[in-house]
Write a new protein. Structure first.
Lengths: 398, 398
């Protein structure tokens, strides 16, 4: 082995264990594990204890990790579900994307920030990370309720809209300033890419499906999926939108065949190994010393807006279903996650946003993710009681 | 994303696809796919077409890939099987390790090579890659025959003995010359490590097993296994033996629980993604221009010795079972694979062997791997006929 292999292995081991131990601590406290992984990066990173300054290789591993996080997300997002959940979810998702973006953008502009900083903060406030809400709802056994179904359906559209918006913002970033012609071309490119991937790509997979069985390699389906994931990630980066968007759409493309081809567990194995490096480096870029009173106030207001805007955007289309439904769906759509973090990272790496704006987005992600689970539990208290009573009745009858 | 991400993704994609396409071509020709992956590296690498000179990041990814190749091998090698297959397999394995090592070493010394070059060639000739034979035997439906069982049993011991020998040789390499005291310490270290991992480590896993269920993370078993794999790989590198040996023993440690914890498919997902980079870089280091008449003759003789020595070492202990058994087991144990390639790579990277010696080992690996499948098919022709007759009788009775 090369002389560097010992250092590489030690770094891989230390980061993996630090991230996973804190994730376990967080999950035992009923908090999302991913925040623990980020906190490990904050704590051990160059701005705090400075035990670990990720090397170039770790940053490359982290970028491959981000691609697999989004590839896994795509694999678990079936385009078929979009058709099933219907118009109500779509309405929730569209309003739930527009309101946070506009509120976030407006507040940052009013504060006196530059347009592109405001665009990034707005974009980071868009995408719901439904994984956290879904796990809470599943734990509470209320996944089958009407509002839970709307949340899950809307989250699918929300992911895709968030991706398209990120594509536009990332293209925006790569031009260094608002050149409207370029931005127009990029938006068209991103939209065309998204439409092609949602409507045409699954058909291509359906066409190649019978031929897959002729391939000699036992892992042919995984190999083809991985190759297409790498190809689309590169292609997305090449045409000027973020690589992870390609990975997400690659996942979407194979989503319908993922169970049949046994893709999920094998791709999740890769994600489980590589994702901690991504979340750790997210944290290691966060400069805690920036958090003075001024930044804390701004971050607090952005976090509040992130919650209020989802309740307005996602909840109000359901006003006819009554206030409980409005609040359940609105709060259920609150947690932001990987996509917000990636928007912030794209901004920081392309030097379009300052360290302070990056810190605001990380703060907002943490707040929304931490607050959602207890709030969701509270808002669904009636449904939980009903479920418990049904279970008790069933137990008595037995 | 950083500016380099586009190049990184393109390189990841190009190498993955080149390796996998050639693997598919090889498998369609009933040849081992791994040779196709190596050939992709030879062809596209700096010594031939020069389309791709792997970057540092790819070399790091390749090293992580090598670790997962051996981790997977370990996971599929159950220590419990060792107890079952008994003394005959152990005898076959020990003689099958000693004879190739001594013949390889003696020939290289007679040729006038330096001691350490001869040690490396001898060590590379030791470890059988049973995967190829196992697949051929399974395809022929003769896995349940007596000799097939001996081959599979012996291959387990053979892997472990090969690893211990590699540990000693790798330590030898890191000292730059035969310092016998150091070599003695290293051999003791390697042997202690191996014994601990085979006998004590699985008990530790059995003890922690009940506690695993208390962990909140859904993927707790995979996370713990990955952490221990990285830890032992680093530890092995740290005490001066190759990192992959730690990975192999980490796999061995979890082998008994691999099915129950659903480790195999998830770890194989990681291996499937990363291994092609390892085999590609193996190939990309091979300088084809070195293959003059002189080198070809040496490489041919070494390949012949690699076959003859396994037939003698593995076959002769079975002389009482008759010549067909001798030849079946001897030839079945012939193919060399990953371990031989890694021995060669360790030698090349530590500058203990020349480019020519590296080329000889790659050549020997290719020849033994290519010749074994047709020879095994020929030697098991009677068993195949019996199987076909049984199947026909069964079909007629139905």
């Amino acid at each position: 082995m090369t002389p560097g292999v010992e250092e590489l292995l030690l770094e891989l081991f230390a980061i993996f264990v630090a991230a996973k131990v804190l994730a376990e601590v967080f999950e035992r406290l009923s908090l999302p594990g991913v925040l623990g992984e980020i906190l490990a990066g904050v704590g051990l990173g160059p701005y705090a204890l400075n035990w670990n300054r990720p090397t170039d290789t770790i940053h490359s591993v982290a970028e491959i990790g981000a691609i697999f996080v989004l590839f896994s997300t795509g694999l678990e997002t079936s385009p078929r579900d979009l058709v099933r959940v219907g118009r109500k979810s779509l309405l929730v998702a569209v309003a739930g994307v527009m309101v946070p973006f506009l509120l976030g953008f407006a507040y940052m502009r009013l504060r006196g920030d530059l347009t592109h900083e405001a665009v990034f903060v707005g974009a980071a406030m868009v995408a719901t990370s439904v994984g956290i809400t879904a796990r809470v709802l599943a734990d509470l056994h209320v996944l089958s309720t009407h509002t839970a179904q709307i949340i899950l359906g809307a989250a699918v559209f929300d992911d895709i809209l968030g991706m398209v918006l990120l594509a536009i913002v990332a293209g925006f970033a790569s031009r260094r300033g608002p050149e409207w012609l370029h931005l127009g071309i990029l938006s068209a490119e991103a939209a065309a890419f998204a439409l092609f991937m949602i409507f045409a790509a699954p058909r291509i997979v359906r066409r190649i499906h019978p031929r897959m069985e002729h391939l000699s390699n036992q892992n042919a389906s995984l190999v083809v999926a991985l190759a297409i994931c790498l190809l689309l990630s590169w292609l997305a980066a090449k045409i000027g939108i973020a690589a992870i968007i390609g990975a997400f759409f690659a996942g979407l493309m194979f989503a319908d065949y993922a169970p049949q081809w046994n893709l999920l567990s094998r791709v999740n194995g890769i994600t489980e190994f590589l994702a901690p490096y991504f979340f750790f480096t997210i944290g290691s870029r966060l400069n805690l010393q920036l958090f003075g009173a001024n930044l804390l106030i701004t971050a607090g207001i952005v976090s509040l807006l992130a919650i209020v805007s989802k309740v307005i955007g996602c909840g109000l289309p359901l006003i006819r279903d009554g206030w409980p439904a409005v609040l359940q769906v609105g709060v259920g759509m609150t947690p932001r996650g990987e996509v917000a973090l990636i928007v912030a990272l794209v901004g920081l790496q392309s030097q379009m946003v300052t360290q302070s704006t990056y810190a605001i987005v990380i703060f907002m992600t943490a707040v929304t993710t931490l607050l959602a689970p207890p709030l969701v539990r509270f808002l669904f208290r009636n449904e939980i009681r009903e479920h418990e009573e049904t279970t008790m009745v069933a137990a008595v009858q037995l």
